[in-house]
Design a protein around this ligand. Sequence first.
Ligand SMILES: NC(=O)c1ccc[n+]([C@@H]2O[C@H](COP(=O)([O-])OP(=O)(O)OC[C@H]3O[C@@H](n4cnc5c(N)ncnc54)[C@H](OP(=O)(O)O)[C@@H]3O)[C@@H](O)[C@H]2O)c1
Length: 281
Amino acid sequence: MPEGTAEPFFRRRFDAEPAHSVDCGGMHERLEPLFDLSDRVAVVTGASRGLGRAMAIGLAQAGASVVVASRRLDACQLVVDEIAADGGRAVAAAVRMQEPEEVAALVALTIERFGRIDVVVNNAATVLDRGIDGVDSATFMGAFGTNLLGPLLLVQAARPLLAASGHGSIINIVSIAASAASPGRYLYPPVKAALAQVTRSLARDLAAEGVRVNAISPGTFRTDMVQKAFDDTTIDRIASATPLGRVADPSEIVGPALFLASDAASFVTGIVLTVDGGFTA
Ligand SMILES: NC(=O)c1ccc[n+]([C@@H]2O[C@H](COP(=O)([O-])OP(=O)(O)OC[C@H]3O[C@@H](n4cnc5c(N)ncnc54)[C@H](OP(=O)(O)O)[C@@H]3O)[C@@H](O)[C@H]2O)c1
């Protein structure tokens, strides 16, 4: 299995026999599969690689039509081709998340192609960071534009559609770096902390519209972002400090994302779900 595929989680689509039944006061009721996303549409940003790619493939395998978005249309198209080869439905979209017109165009494309939006995964991010003496207005705007303004713009534009869905779910990808001191890093951890805070406020604001809003806080996953930020020695040190004894494969984000996206999490809103192998426990 190539690294980063969601294969271990979804060898089949959820169109087989319902997996659950429950005894309700003598009445046996069959429950529809809780994780089925058939007829739902998901927009995943930063889906050209890494965690976004894994989530896009996983959501498609659960039945969703997926918009695979990032700055690079060609890279997104490769992910779309993978999804299509597996029998799924997806479309590629080029977007710079810090640009309001491009985010609006992303939502317009989604409507044109699939007619609805049920799930938004705000995953695109830059790892751009600076020490205290390196922060200036350009680097600040770069980090906060992609990692915070982008998710806010997408929620703004998609909000009426998510409300109309009846199953609206927003998933913001934050980081365990957001909840502890990160000496020498004055952009990425603060912006992820802000996104976690936005998640809680949005959960309150959108609850009346039937839209759930949650965050996933990943520990260390082997992606381009991590390979760029850390050398092998650092990654080994993180693995040793992790109770499960390793860093994660991108496919391991799929289960948590599918849970929050689907009706399995119908009463879950406003949480930050940590997925870090016990690192922060
Ligand atoms: N990997 C980890 O261990 C880890 C840990 C904690 C949190 N996270 C979070 O998890 C998410 C995914 O991380 P990753 O490791 O998969 O990162 P990655 O490999 O660097 O991928 C980042 C994605 O974001 C896209 N992107 C970057 N800037 C963009 C922009 N301005 N507009 C639109 N798309 C943009 C990139 O695509 P293009 O280059 O094609 O635009 C790419 O698809 C991020 O939110 C990250 O902060 C990751």
